[in-house]
Design a protein around this ligand. Structure first.
Ligand code: ADE
Ligand code: ZN
Length: 354
């Protein structure tokens, strides 16, 4: 845990330090990386008419006040994604950008039902994404895995059917998640789907979005009833010391997204994120839907550091957490942690031995 014994030389530029820091991105929706420029290019390629004609007009629609108003903009934009090539281009653009932000490993959410519900074959979605991942490993030295998310505002039956559809592609999918509109859609709705996913060998994560009706009960369900390996967002856990203690003991990672928080709630929730970190929780920092919220992962590290007055050693600790909470094999995770330690040492930043 970061503490006052860590040294942060004054000469370090935190933004440069954050960009160069090797890190894993664990909470990134591929469909949330659709930048307006690519949206226009794909619309033109697929002969789709868009209501907006400039990038500024697109950005003017990003007027979110909560999760629901964000999702109302997010899903309609996806209709430009049609062919395997489109999914490849989306993921490839993201992975190149991630490499410039110091990402060396990424576990990427994708929402197949946002496409199959429009008639796009599952095989085309995953085929395009997978091709970009293989290419990134080869050309960028960035490793990546896919995490299939079920849309919680669709039925449990549709989620189960999607899980069955995914089984032939098991070797390309490390885990399953749950996203979309949480109101009225508790984790318990998907207990059977997640039990089956676990039995099929997938790791499990679920969104517990910020300040939702029933947030703390949803967090309890994912921990005690579903038995997740990670929680996405989940900062409302601070409302229940007992759950904080369980998450700490089990080493369950929390994938926090400060810039996204500031769009779907009134603030970054920096105090909550730092409080959890100081209590020994495996907090990680991530970008969620960067094309919409305007911050890729290093930007999130910097935004949080500025808001909460964090030093370089704490940013390095967050990067260590990103590998320890990842779904890499323990050996690969440990090798990346050593890279973080080496990078910190090179910059004169001390991290306590773990
Ligand atoms: N889908 C994309 N981003 C999401 C978020 N932050 N919460 C829930 N569902 C999402
Ligand atoms: Zn998310």
């Amino acid at each position: 845990m970061p503490d006052s014994t860590m040294t942060t030389p004054n000469s370090i530029d935190l933004a440069d330090f954050a960009v160069g820091l090797p890190k894993a991105e664990l909470h990134l929706h591929l469909e949330g990386t659709l930048e307006p420029e690519l949206k226009f290019a794909l619309a033109a390629r697929n002969g789709i008419q868009l209501p907006e004609s400039t990038v500024d007009e697109v950005r003017a629609t990003y007027d979110f006040t909560d999760l629901t108003s964000f999702l109302a903009v997010y899903y309609p934009a996806m209709r430009v994604l049609v062919t395997p090539e489109d999914f490849h281009d989306l993921a490839w653009d993201y992975l190149q950008r991630a490499a410039t932000q110091g990402v060396v490993h990424a576990e990427l959410f994708f929402d197949p039902q946002a496409h199959t519900s429009r008639g796009v074959p599952f095989a085309d979605v995953i085929g395009g994404y997978r091709r970009a991942i293989v290419r990134a490993e080869k050309e960028l030295g960035v490793s990546a895995e896919l995490v299939l998310c079920f849309l919680r505002d669709f039925s449990a039956e549709y989620a189960m059917a999607t899980l069955m559809e995914a089984l032939p592609y098991k070797q390309w999918i490390v885990g399953v998640g749950l996203d979309s509109d949480e109101r009225g859609n508790p984790p318990a709705k998907f207990t059977d789907v997640f039990a089956r996913a676990r039995a099929e060998g997938f790791l499990l994560t679920m969104h517990c979005d910020i300040d939702q009706p029933g947030s703390i009960e949803h967090i309890r369900q994912v921990i005690e009833d579903i038995g997740v390996d990670r929680i996405d967002h989940g900062t409302n856990i601070l409302e229940d010391d007992r759950l904080v203690e369980i998450v700490r003991e089990r080493g369950i990672g929390l994938t926090c997204c400060p810039v996204s928080n500031s769009f779907v709630t009134a603030q970054m929730k920096a105090d909550e994120i730092v409080a959890l970190l100081r209590r020994g929780i495996r907090v990680t920092i991530n970008s969620d839907d960067p094309a919409y919220f305007g911050g890729y992962v290093a930007d999130n590290y910097v935004a949080l550091a500025r808001e909460a007055g964090l030093d370089a050693a704490t940013l390095a600790q967050l990067a260590v957490n990103s590998f320890e909470a990842s779904w890499l094999t323990p050996g690969r995770a440990a090798a990346y942690v050593e890279r973080v330690r080496g990078y910190a040492a090179q910059h004169g930043v001390d991290l306590p031995a773990s």
